[in-house]
Design a protein around this ligand. Structure first.
Ligand code: ATP
Length: 447
């Protein structure tokens, strides 16, 4: 994990937020490569779950909503973790994680084992508070949303009425969520500001259990399609005794992170709980009319809810590799390589002129890079030995390197004129490709 964290900083994937002021616990910034990686993930999630399906639509809701939403959803009353205070070090800790949290004064001990006197556990609400408007009164109190899902429930009627969708159908949303976690930890895994990719899939009661299993399969395939194999994901079915009382089935999808197996996504069959609560609290008719039975009913819902930041972290952990490769003078050397699936790679291809002091090579390479840029994220690099330039791209996870060399210019005869060297990151093998085929070849390779 230490090597991964250090690579992420060195190469500009992830930085501590407000780092020059000492940072802020639980908040992170994504640098150039991290921002591209995140974008690839969100774009592909949207493509798979919204654009490729006839039964899905998207939405983009506000982060701050009427406080009544959080009363109805139960968050104001119950979205809390139990915490204890230590009277010796004045630290505040999650009561259910005392034996996994190091003591602040003596980190070799856990909080559970340290002799400091602790208070009884108390509920600590995880929602960040603010005020809408100039007066800081109870009436103006608002919360930063702790999940994106509620915006979907409260707009269900509007979307149903305007989109002409028929059951079963789903509404998807990607957006920021905020939780004032008591102990943010494991790098970006548990942050106070993060992004979620959530789906509420509305259906009839009799289809809920079956659709939950269909979503499980669909989501496992998604992880495979971004380069996280099934063998690295554990599906944990939550037993009835641990499920929310309204849920008839819940799966957690967990990934084997270097710091332990931990949740990436939850898939919950939430019955008609959420819409019913909003009907009760708002007094608005969120039921839909069934033509066949001529009766109104409240749709049930299956919720696959995934974290952007946790998936980004899993992608980096899964891609990270160090291996011995042949180096200069017959010696071996270590290379660090991020083996991202090409569709997730922050930079899709790097273009190199073999030598920077040969103007024809530079001009041809710059022309190719400019032609590719409207289609993908492209790196151009002309400095240093070509082997070193390849290594730099290996560390960034760039799957393909394209070198403009003397063959391209036709200096080694007509057979290879107009071709480039295409180098593959993982196998380090090289092949020749006509320069006019580079764009369609890449389009297909990263789709
Ligand atoms: P945990 O048990 O780890 O706190 P949760 O079960 O409370 O998570 P959900 O409320 O189901 O999480 O949220 C759905 C998804 O949102 C999670 O699977 C995770 O990917 C993401 N998520 C939740 N909390 C955080 C956080 N503090 N930091 C980063 N991602 C988070």
């Amino acid at each position: 994990m230490e090597n991964i964290v250090s690579l992420c900083k060195r190469r500009g994937f992830i930085f501590q937020s407000s780092e020059i002021y000492g940072g802020l616990n639980g908040f992170w910034d994504y640098g150039p490569l991290g921002a591209e990686l995140k974008r690839c993930l969100k774009d592909f999630w949207w493509r798979r779950n919204v654009r490729e399906r006839e039964d899905m639509v998207g939405m983009d809701g506000a982060i701050i909503m009427n406080r009544a939403v959080w009363r109805a959803s139960g968050h104001e009353e119950t979205f809390s973790d139990p915490m204890v205070d230590c009277k010796t070090c004045k630290g505040r800790f999650r009561a259910d994680q005392l034996d996994a949290t190091p003591c602040r004064q003596k980190p070799s001990l856990t909080v559970a084992a340290c002799p400091g006197e602790k208070t009884e556990p108390r509920a600590f609400n995880l929602m960040f508070k603010s005020y809408a408007g100039p007066i800081e009164s109870d009436e103006n109190l608002v919360y930063l949303r702790p999940e994106t899902a509620q915006a979907i429930f409260v707009q269900f009627r509007n979307i149903y009425d305007t989109s002409r969708m028929k059951l079963p159908f789903g509404i998807a949303q990607i957006g920021k969520a905020f939780r004032n976690e008591i102990n943010p930890r494991n790098y970006t895994f548990r942050s106070r500001e993060f992004e979620q990719m959530e789906i509420e899939y509305f259906c009839r009661a009799e289809d809920g259990l079956r659709l939950t299993d269909e979503w499980l399969e669909h989501r496992l395939r998604f992880y495979e399609d971004i380069g996280i194999p099934r063998s690295k994901i554990r599906v944990h079915e939550i037993p009835e005794s641990e499920r929310a009382f309204y849920s008839k089935k819940t799966y957690d999808l967990e990934y084997e992170f270097p710091f332990g197996v931990s949740e990436l996504e939850g898939i919950a069959y939430r019955t008609d709980y959420d819409l019913s609560r909003h009907i009760q609290h708002s007094g608005k008719p969120l039921e839909i009319f069934d033509e066949a039975s001529r009766q109104k009913f409240v749709p049930h819902v299956v919720e696959p809810s995934a974290g952007v930041d946790r998936t980004v972290l899993a992608l980096i952990c899964e891609a990270y590799d160090e291996e011995e490769v042949p180096g200069e003078g017959g010696k071996t050397e270590m290379r660090t390589v991020l083996r991202f699936h090409p569709r997730m790679a922050p930079v899709k291809a790097a273009v190199f002129p073999l030598l920077k002091n040969k103007p024809e090579l530079v001009a041809e390479a710059r022309r190719l890079a400019a032609n590719l840029r409207p289609h993908f994220s492209i790196a151009y690099d002309e400095s240093g030995a070509i082997g070193r330039r390849y290594r730099r791209q290996d560390e960034a996870g760039t799957p393909f390197g394209i070198t403009i060399d003397f063959d391209t210019l036709g200096e080694n005869g007509p057979a290879t004129k107009g071709t480039v060297t295409l180098r593959h990151r993982d196998s380090m093998t090289q092949e020749r490709l006509p320069i006019k085929d580079v764009l369609p070849w890449l389009q297909q390779a990263v789709f």
